[in-house]
Design a protein around this ligand. Structure first.
Ligand code: PEP
Length: 251
């Protein structure tokens, strides 16, 4: 049975105090969440230490939103994977479309980041997804296949077993437009077939593939009912404890 995961990407939102209050709100509602669902929160770097202190002894896992493509050294402003694992992070989001679009992250950069994260025992939540014009040109399968092939296919089977994939159509992120359950299931199944072709059926059956893009309590149930959707990567709705938990109870 593959893991069901609901991960909250806070992006560049909340002060430390607001972040702590959000965690307290989530922890207060944890008894509503089935034990089979792994909750993950990805606050900004500045919040990782206080958030980790609050999460100690809870079932909620800590994630970073990014890591550097170098292990250490003269890279002003960057945060390296060993720094994150030392703080107790278990996951790191990599390849988010905002990083690709605004910070020029390429497959080459992402290969280095994935390798450094895995070497530190961090589980990458690797994001893929097409832009609107790519979907309209019916190129979404090619785009997603290339994002997976270029960044994940060099991994060993053992390394790949640590990876979570998040399919996030760029046109659905923060726009209020959600992919329909049919659209999401179709491409999740395609991603699983792509993984099966390269890593084998067992790896494909085991990998968790999350949906991201305007997921909220009102649409999570329909999305999570799809056979190849194993949870969600949540942006806006992860900033309210009630909504985040409302999504987590939608399996
Ligand atoms: C995201 O950016 O990972 C995301 C899914 O955002 P939102 O839920 O706000 O669309």
């Amino acid at each position: 049975m593959r893991s069901k995961i609901v991960a909250g990407n806070w992006k560049m939102n909340t002060t430390v105090n607001e972040g702590e209050a959000l965690i307290q709100g989530i922890l207060a509602k944890m008894e509503e969440v089935p034990a089979s669902v792994q909750l993950v929160v990805a606050p900004p770097f500045t919040h990782l230490v206080p958030v980790q202190a609050l999460l100690k002894d809870s079932a909620v896992a800590l994630s970073a939103q990014n890591c550097a493509d170098q292990g250490k050294g003269a890279y002003t402003g960057e945060v390296a994977a060993p720094m994150l694992s030392a703080l107790g992070c278990q996951y790191v989001i990599l390849g988010h479309s905002e990083r690709r679009e605004y910070y020029g992250e390429t497959s080459e950069t992402l290969v280095r980041k994935i390798d450094l994260a895995l070497a530190e025992g961090l589980k990458p939540i690797y994001c893929v997804g097409e832009k609107l014009e790519e979907r309209e040109a019916n190129r979404h399968f090619d785009v997603v296949e290339a994002q997976i092939r270029e960044v994940l296919f060099h991994l060993t089977a053992e390394q790949f077993a640590q990876v979570v994939i998040a399919y996030e159509p760029v046109w659905a992120i923060g726009t209020g437009k959600t992919a329909t359950a049919e659209q999401a299931q179709e491409i999740h199944a395609f991603i699983r077939r792509t993984i099966a072709d390269h890593f084998g059926a067992e790896a494909a059956e085991a990998v968790s593939i999350l949906y991201g893009g305007s997921c909220k309590p009102s649409n999570a149930k329909e999305l999570f009912a799809c056979p190849d959707i194993d949870g969600g990567l949540i942006g806006g709705a992860a900033l309210k404890a009630e909504d985040f938990i409302g999504i987590a109870v939608s399996f």
